[in-house]
Structures are given as structure tokens and as C-alpha cells.
Design a protein around this ligand. Structure first.
Ligand SMILES: NC(=O)c1ccc[n+]([C@@H]2O[C@H](COP(=O)([O-])OP(=O)(O)OC[C@H]3O[C@@H](n4cnc5c(N)ncnc54)[C@H](OP(=O)(O)O)[C@@H]3O)[C@@H](O)[C@H]2O)c1
Length: 512
């Protein structure tokens, strides 16, 4: 009996009224019947999300580097090294006179003077930062830090020995919160308002902007085109968009999707390695498609991805992983995907994977996929923001803090939470979309450089490191794509990596 009623129900599901009206609407939306012009009319408002004509990320060699904290003990070394290596330097300083003395401006060798520009500003007061601070800047090296000096003013000059000789320290001038956190925030605001290379990724669709045009660009493409009854659509919410509806296997259907109209001209994503989608799903497996040909019913290039219910995720889809598919079957004879002409994007929830295999997480009924952004990410970007932070930043407030071998960890609270604010400044950079390298030195010294360096992750490294070597590493890392999106601690020591192999050492560290 049970089997019979099951069969009856299933038959009922198999035969439901098909909605011809929705079928016709779908065809009209995608211009398979003449209806609307192509998407060039949306080009203007899409423009902010589209890649610029040329996105090739060139080596910043001999480009312009903005050095923040340029008159600091580390920053001045960085400036001198950059000039020596033929970069142009924009130096953010608080005092022109002090900078002129430190860089001996009057006596700079011919050629060097023209390549060094001093820019006056205080990072704690955003209004003092010039609006064009990042104009023409190819990369940033930040040696910024709240000023910590021996508490006893008579010992201030002895600061250089910090790390080898202990002096009771104190924060003088602005607080770590103001410098290490709000200062970084102000700088990022300036960078983001300029042409400064923002990203190791580039926006294609920004659903956070609550743009009503997006609803007109994305249309439902459900199994109604094959007689099914599933229904879906894209709803524009205040800060996201929601791909939602109900999926049913009735009438041999079983898929819902949203797809863009054809983009004219197509997107050139050839400088990129793949796309990333920021989304929150419902635990089901979805598919993402790109098409490199304008035909409505042609081969699509697909990749499946699993969502975790109610959790924001960044799904990475390398172009190399896209499978050519025609009506849920692998198109084995199709050419490789051509990222130089992307005509449309599509998101799908389907009962099927490929070649008849079932989607293991598929469920009929309502579904929901919330979308924040679709971006393209480039191949091996160069780090554009080298940030000098500090070893120990993750430790204050942990049970091990009291026994941490690094004095700064125990002193952090007394110094206005310096490490905690440095860590929060790091987080701003990590989440900024700017390709970065965060270098966390152990105690800085005035000892000679060219030492073997231990490079580590996990924030347990203790010891000391020469400022000369930190400066050298910062400048060299500008040229190493494999340094991008990495955070590392450094200390000099036996068994460390000799300077000629630093690049390889950095390459071996995993990205954040
Ligand atoms: N010392 C150590 O043992 C140690 C260990 C690990 C990490 N670090 C970190 O390494 C970095 C460099 O260290 P360092 O010894 O070179 O430090 P530093 O000599 O104190 O230099 C700090 C730089 O930040 C600048 N600065 C501070 N407040 C500013 C503001 N409000 N606006 C604009 N610039 C401001 C200073 O400008 P002025 O030149 O005008 O003062 C200075 O150039 C810092 O982040 C430090 O925290 C230090």
C-alpha cells in the first residue's frame, strides 16, 4: 500500500500544469525572441563593476612607492633603499624640516632629489592627509607605529637599544588606537577613493549596492523551458540580493537558475585566474556557469560548489576548473573556456550534476542563496601594501600572554593595547582587497643586516631582527608575487634563511 500511495503521489508530482506564460516570459527576457536590446544599455551603470581596459599588473619596479612613517627608524632605511633601487618615493612625514635633515635633502645626489617627494600629514587626523596621497602610487610600504620611547625622557635617545637593553617604555604622542587602527583606517579611505590598485580581485557584480538594475539584468531561467514547474528569481535586498524560489521535479523538471542577459561587449577577464562569489547558502550544492559565446542555448562552462547553511562563504572558481557543459552533459569536444569574452553568468540549483549523476545535496522545495558580490581575481598579483606590524599581536588577552617570552606581549596593555590595535590594523589591510604582505618583526635592532632570517607563521616567534634586514625584506617583497596575502613573523637566528633565499622562504609559506 505504502508503495502504491507513494507511486500515486509521485505520479501526481510528475504531472503538474505547465505555465506557458512563464515560458514565454523567459524567452522574451533572454531575447530569444526579439524583445529588448542587448545589455549595452546597462553598460553605463555596470561600469564601476567592470574591469578597466588593461588590468595587467606590472612589476612596480621603478614605480612610485608611498612610504608611511618615512622618517621613522625603519622608514628612513626603506626610503633610502627604494631610492637606491631607482624607485620614486612619496614619503608621508609629519615634519618637513625633520625629513629634510634625515634625508639630507640639500645634499642628495643628482637625480635622487627629484625622485623623492615629501608629503606632510598626520594619519590620526584624516583631514591632514592630502586627497591625492595615493595618486600615481604603485605600492605602499607602511612603517607606521605609535611612538614608544623609554618612559624616562633622559633615556629617549637610548631607544635604539630597545630589544637588546630593557628600558621602561611609554607611548608618547597619539595612542595606539589612534595611530595603529584609526590611522590605517584613514589611509585606506584615501586609497579606496583613488586609483590605487585596490585588489587582487576586481568587482563584476556588486549586489551590496542595492542596484535595481541588477534585477533587470538577471532573469530566471528555470525548468519551465522544458515543461517543468520550478520557479525562481533574484530579489534585490538592501545590502544583498537573494536567489530564491521553489524547485520541483514534477514534469521531469528539477532545476532553477538565474542568468544574466548577454553582456555587449563581453567582459574581458583574461588578466584573471578565476572568479570568487561571496554568498550565504542553505547547505545545497549549486552550479556557477560562464559563457564565452553569445548563443542562448550553447555550451556553458560550469563548476559546482557546496554551500554551508546560513554561513557566509567566499567560493573560489578558477577558470581552469570550469567544465564545458551542454544541457547537463559534458561537452567533451568543446574548446577550453575563453575568459577574454564572457557573455553571461548563471547560478543554478539542479537535481543533476553532470552526465546524469545526481546532485548529492539536492532537495525539492524552497531554497535560498544570498549574494553579496562576484569578483574576478588575477593570477599571482604583486603585493601592493607591505605593512610592518609586530610579532606577538595575536597574544594579548590569551591565557599564555603572561608567560610569553616577548616583553611587548606582557607590556601591551600598559602601552594602550598597542599589539591589539596593531592586530586590528592588520585586519583592516587583510580585508581591504589590496594585495598585501604583513611582516611582523620581533624586537628591532640597529645591528648589521644580511643575517639569516627565520620566517614563521602562528605568532610564536621570539627574538630580534636588524632594521636593515626588515627594510631589505620590505623592498624586495614588492617584486615577489608569491609574497601576496601572507602574514609572517621574522627573527634572525641560526638555521634561518640566508638573504639570497628569502624569496623562496616566503614562497613556501601558505597564504592567509
Ligand atoms: N621597536 C621594536 O622593537 C619593534 C618591534 C616589532 C615591531 N615594531 C614596529 O615596527 C615599525 C617600525 O618601527 P620603528 O622602530 O621604525 O618605529 P619608529 O621609529 O617609532 O617609527 C614610527 C613611524 O611612524 C610615524 N608616525 C607615528 N605617528 C604618526 C602619525 N600620527 N602620523 C603619521 N606618522 C606617524 C612616525 O613619524 P615621525 O617620524 O614623524 O615620528 C615614524 O615615522 C612600527 O610599526 C613598530 O611598532 C617595532
Amino acid at each position: 500500500m505504502a508503495r502504491t500511495s507513494e507511486t500515486e503521489r509521485s505520479e501526481k508530482e510528475q504531472n503538474q500544469a505547465w505555465d506557458f506564460g512563464r515560458f514565454a516570459q523567459t524567452l522574451a527576457f533572454f531575447e530569444t525572441v526579439p524583445f529588448l536590446g542587448n545589455v549595452s544599455q546597462w553598460r553605463a551603470w555596470l561600469a564601476p563593476f567592470l574591469p578597466p581596459e588593461s588590468l595587467a599588473i606590472a612589476s612596480p619596479s621603478q614605480g612610485t612607492v608611498l612610504v608611511i612613517g618615512a622618517t621613522g627608524n625603519l622608514g628612513r632605511r626603506v626610503v633610502k633603499l627604494l631610492l637606491k633601487q631607482n624607485y620614486r618615493v612619496k614619503a608621508l612625514v609629519r615634519s618637513h624640516d625633520r625629513a629634510a635633515a634625515i634625508f639630507n635633502l640639500k645634499a642628495l645626489a643628482p637625480g635622487l632629489g627629484e625622485r623623492l617627494t615629501l608629503v606632510i600629514g598626520d594619519v590620526t587626523q584624516s583631514e591632514t592627509l592630502p586627497p591625492d596621497l595615493f595618486d600615481g602610487v604603485d605600492a605602499v610600504i607602511s612603517c607606521l607605529g605609535a611612538i614608544v620611547r623609554p618612559a624616562n625622557p633622559e633615556n629617549r635617545e637610548a631607544n635604539y637599544s630597545q630589544g637588546t637593553t630593557y628600558y621602561e617604555p611609554a607611548v608618547i604622542e597619539a595612542t595606539p588606537e589612534q595611530v595603529e587602527y584609526h590611522g590605517v583606517q584613514h589611509l585606506l579611505e584615501r586609497a579606496q577613493a583613488s586609483q590605487f590598485p585596490q585588489a587582487n580581485s576586481h568587482g563584476i557584480m556588486d549586489f551590496r549596492a542595492s542596484n535595481p538594475h541588477l534585477a533587470a539584468l538577471w532573469g530566471a531561467l528555470d525548468d519551465v523551458v522544458m515543461g517543468g514547474v520550478s520557479q525562481s528569481g533574484l530579489r534585490i535586498l538592501p545590502n544583498t540580493a537573494l536567489f530564491t524560489g521553489t524547485v520541483s521535479t514534477a514534469n521531469s523538471g528539477g532545476f532553477v537558475s538565474i542568468r544574466t542577459k548577454n553582456l555587449e561587449p563581453p567582459l574581458d577577464l583574461s588578466p584573471y585566474e578565476g572568479v570568487q562569489i561571496r554568498l550565504k547558502g542553505d547547505g545545497q550544492r549549486y552550479k556557477f556557469f560562464l559563457r564565452d559565446f553569445p548563443a542562448w542555448d550553447g555550451v556553458g562552462y560550469a563548476c559546482s560548489f557546496d554551500t554551508v547553511a546560513d554561513q557566509w562563504q567566499t567560493i573560489t572558481i578558477p577558470f581552469a576548473d570550469l567544465i564545458p557543459v551542454f544541457r547537463a552533459k559534458r561537452a567533451t569536444q568543446a574548446p577550453a573556456f575563453n575568459p577574454a569574452s564572457v557573455y553571461s553568468l548563471q547560478l543554478m540549483l539542479s537535481k543533476f550534476e553532470y552526465d546524469g549523476a545526481l546532485n548529492p545535496h539536492f532537495q525539492t522545495g524552497s531554497f535560498s542563496l544570498e549574494l553579496e558580490e562576484i569578483t574576478a581575481y588575477p593570477e599571482r598579483p604583486w603585493p601592493r601594501w607591505i605593512m610592518v606590524s609586530s610579532a606577538g599581536v595575536t597574544r594579548p588577552g590569551t591565557p599564555e600572554a603572561e608567560t610569553d617570552p616577548r616583553p611587548i606581549v606582557r607590556l601591551s596593555e600598559q602601552l594602550g593595547g598597542i599589539l591589539t590595535w596593531k592586530f586590528r590594523g592588520e585586519e583592516l589591510i587583510r580585508h581591504s582587497q589590496i594585495p598585501y604582505t604583513i611582516i611582523r618583526p620581533t624586537a628591532l635592532t640597529e645591528e648589521p643586516g644580511q643575517q639569516p632570517l627565520i620566517m614563521a607563521q602562528g605568532d610564536t616567534l621570539a627574538g630580534k631582527v636588524s632594521r636593515d634586514d626588515v627594510a631589505q625584506l620590505c623592498v624586495q617583497a614588492l617584486q615577489w608575487p608569491q609574497a601576496t596575502d601572507k602574514t609572517l613573523e621574522i627573527a634572525q637566528g641560526d638555521g634561518g634563511i640566508v638573504p639570497q633565499d628569502w624569496e623562496r622562504g616566503l614562497e613556501l609559506l601558505p597564504r592567509d
